[in-house]
Write a protein that binds this ligand. Structure first.
Ligand SMILES: NC(=O)c1ccc[n+]([C@@H]2O[C@H](COP(=O)([O-])OP(=O)(O)OC[C@H]3O[C@@H](n4cnc5c(N)ncnc54)[C@H](OP(=O)(O)O)[C@@H]3O)[C@@H](O)[C@H]2O)c1
Length: 192
């Protein structure tokens, strides 16, 4: 249900087979170890080369502070948070809500956004702002953890674009998000 917006927004995220992006305590070793075992970067570099802006929630930003070097050097980084001190990290801009974020991105002339973090992805999905989703699923069941998906206010129709099987049983699938006017229920010929 992607609505009209001046930029494209893509999700590129790793999950357990049961749909978690991190353990409850934020641990993602179960993901990084299997990603490494699969070999290569699983398409990440090609993906991020095509985007100009990373949008993430505080829950993703805070662990990323430990990365050395900072992995988003040539990107604009916008963080969604109601609690983070704005202005303490010159590498990022902090936005208190989605409306302010969208205004900021639009004013900057943003063209392509990488949306990261479970809550933030769901915020974008609810607003109809996601255009493409790539999920890299690693073969492990965690049973519990921080979910990728949850309530999003209605069905989001997807179109399968590709699936690639990497080593170590890592399976990566990409889906396009159908825009409202393309929904079969919205008057296209042959709709039932
Ligand atoms: N598996 C992967 O590929 C992958 C990728 C990215 C992250 N992760 C992991 O996932 C975990 C973080 O995920 P998460 O589900 O906690 O989500 P998140 O979106 O990274 O962070 C959630 C926080 O973002 C802020 N936020 C989100 N939506 C907002 C909105 N509409 N308005 C204002 N603020 C908003 C809130 O911060 P405040 O509480 O400050 O308001 C919220 O607590 C981390 O452990 C990270 O390492 C894994």
């Amino acid at each position: 249900m992607a609505g009209d917006h001046p930029f494209s927004a893509s999700v590129f995220i790793g999950t357990s087979l049961d749909g978690f992006i991190a353990r409850e305590d934020g641990d993602i070793d179960w993901l990084t170890s299997r990603g490494a075992a699969a070999g290569g970067d699983l398409g990440y570099q090609d993906f991020i080369d095509g985007i100009d802006t990373v949008v993430m929630g505080r829950g993703t930003y805070e662990p990323a502070l430990a990365y050395d070097p900072w992995p988003y050097e040539d990107k604009h980084v916008a963080v969604l948070s109601t609690t983070l001190d704005a202005g303490t990290d010159p590498r990022v801009t902090v936005h208190r809500d989605l409306d302010g974020l969208i205004r900021g991105l639009t004013e900057r002339g943003t063209k392509s956004v990488y949306v990261d973090g479970g809550q933030t992805i769901r915020t974008f999905l609810r607003a109809g702002l996601v255009d493409e989703i790539t999920i890299t699923a690693v073969p492990v069941l965690l049973g519990t953890g921080l979910p990728l998906f949850g309530p999003i206010g209605g069905d989001v129709l997807l179109v399968h674009r590709s699936t690639r099987v990497y080593g170590a049983g890592v399976v990566q699938s990409t889906y396009g998000v159908l825009r409202q006017q393309d929904h079969p229920a919205n008057g296209r010929e042959g709709a039932c």
